[in-house]
Design a protein around this ligand. Structure first.
Ligand SMILES: Cc1cc2nc3c(=O)[nH]c(=O)nc-3n(C[C@H](O)[C@H](O)[C@H](O)COP(=O)(O)OP(=O)(O)OC[C@H]3O[C@@H](n4cnc5c(N)ncnc54)[C@H](O)[C@@H]3O)c2cc1C
Length: 387
């Protein structure tokens, strides 16, 4: 079997270049006004509702969605540019980013008209925060083993069980969650799961317990459902058929620039600390890192071009996430080596060291979030016809 994996070169059109300058100007103004600090934000604390509202007012959330739902009918390439600039600046996008990237598109595709009309304009305005309820204590990568149970009752469903590692559930308004509505069948182990929209602020009997990470930060949560009632209208898509729905959304989730820029601040600090005339060894190392980043960018832009053309580049999206993770995970250790001979008195050294330390601590999790490396390679191998 021959599989043709293409990454067609895409040149960003002028409208994207103009937009990039507009976003940069906005971010510089916000930084100057004290809304955020890109160095501090590199180390967490990136949830800011007021900032999300400002981004919404600029028209940079729900950029590709229909205007009738508060969207702006712009291209994926324009959205790419906004995402890239926000990520590189460590802008506080947590309040809207999950909803913009994946929850909004799922609602657009699967929700009732009333829900679309109610929620999508609020997301686009930066008013609405979402979290993702997939992982459970006994199953993470194997989504089809999900056990949190939804039992049919009059007018809706009763939910029982726990989700875990739910990023920012404590600050979110809604969750899109995967629940078990039927057992799997002998013929299809993926059967029996359904997507639900959970109104975390208005549904009763939901407990959100903090799970503090090794930096002492509260980002993760355990979310416990105890006979939580969810009305029928909040079912998203086909009952028992959630497995049919996860197609192009995975490419959106995995191929964006946020998937290889998470530790990029280490590269920028490295360039500062090495100065304008690094020795030849440092210059070569820096050059290799930048070349890797440049290649990842071209691949990611190419995937966004395919999404714009209505294709479903699942394998390409997985490749970008896998290669991007390797790059951003290796970056802190390589930067530490390259900075070995920079004198302690260098004026940029303290800032570099602080961000490097943080980068080293967060690097291990990069292969787990958004699909583990092994699972992505399984998807790539299947796409290549190797398994
Ligand atoms: C920063 C961060 C944020 C997260 N946010 C969320 C969130 O908001 N919502 C949410 O639902 N989850 C979230 N997660 C959870 C994450 O998606 C899961 O941790 C992930 O799915 C892995 O599940 P697990 O931890 O149970 O590990 P496991 O699935 O038990 O995996 C353990 C190891 O076994 C390997 N493995 C598993 N299956 C296979 C296989 N078939 N073939 C080969 N190797 C395999 C994995 O690659 C991994 O190395 C987050 C995780 C992180 C790190």
């Amino acid at each position: 079997m021959t599989v043709n994996i293409r990454f067609d070169p895409i040149r960003l059109p002028k409208i994207c270049q103009d937009l990039r300058h507009e976003v940069r100007d906005f971010l510089h103004e916000e930084e100057a006004a004290g809304t955020f600090d890109r160095r501090e934000n590199a180390m967490g604390g990136i949830f800011n509702k007021e900032f999300s509202r400002k981004v919404g007012a600029k028209g940079w959330i729900g950029m590709s969605w229909p205007k009738k739902y508060g969207g702006h009918e712009r291209t994926f390439l324009e959205r790419y540019v906004v995402t890239e600039e926000m990520r590189v600046a460590n802008a506080p996008v947590r309040g809207h980013f999950t909803a913009d990237r994946q929850s909004g598109p799922i609602i657009l595709k699967l929700a009732d008209e009333d829900i679309k009309a109610d929620i999508l304009p609020r997301i686009a305005a930066g008013e609405c925060t979402f979290c993702i309820g997939m992982s459970e204590p006994s199953n993470g990568s194997d989504l089809f083993a999900a056990r949190v149970k939804a039992t049919k009752t009059d007018g809706g469903w009763l939910i029982n069980g726990s989700k875990i590692w739910t990023s920012y559930a404590h600050l979110a308004d809604y969750m899109i969650a995967l629940f078990r509505t039927s057992p799997c069948t002998k013929e299809n182990r993926r059967h029996g799961l359904t997507n639900f929209l959970v109104d975390l602020k208005n549904f009763n009997d939901i407990k959100i317990n903090p799970v503090v990470n090794l930096r002492g930060q509260h980002e993760f949560n355990e979310v416990v459902f105890e006979d939580t009632f969810i009305p029928d209208q909040y079912v998203l898509g086909e009952i028992d058929g959630a497995w049919k729905q996860a197609t192009s959304e995975l490419a959106y989730e995995r191929s964006g620039p946020e998937r290889f820029l998470e530790t990029s601040y280490v590269l920028f600090e490295l360039a500062q600390v090495l100065g304008k005339q690094p020795d030849s060894r440092a210059a070569e190392g820096l050059g290799r890192l930048v070349a890797g980043l440049h290649t990842l960018r071209r691949m990611s832009v190419s995937v966004n071009g395919m999404l714009q053309a209505g294709e479903e580049p699942t394998i390409q999206g997985s490749l970008v996430k896998d290669l991007g993770t390797i790059w951003e995970q290796e970056l802190p250790a390589k930067a530490r080596d390259l900075a070995t001979f920079v004198p302690p008195g260098n004026s940029n050294r303290a800032s570099f060291d602080a961000l490097l330390n943080y980068g080293i601590q967060v690097a291990p999790k990069l292969t787990i979030q958004g699909g583990t490396t092994e699972v992505l390679r399984g998807i790539i191998a299947r796409g290549l016809g190797l398994r």
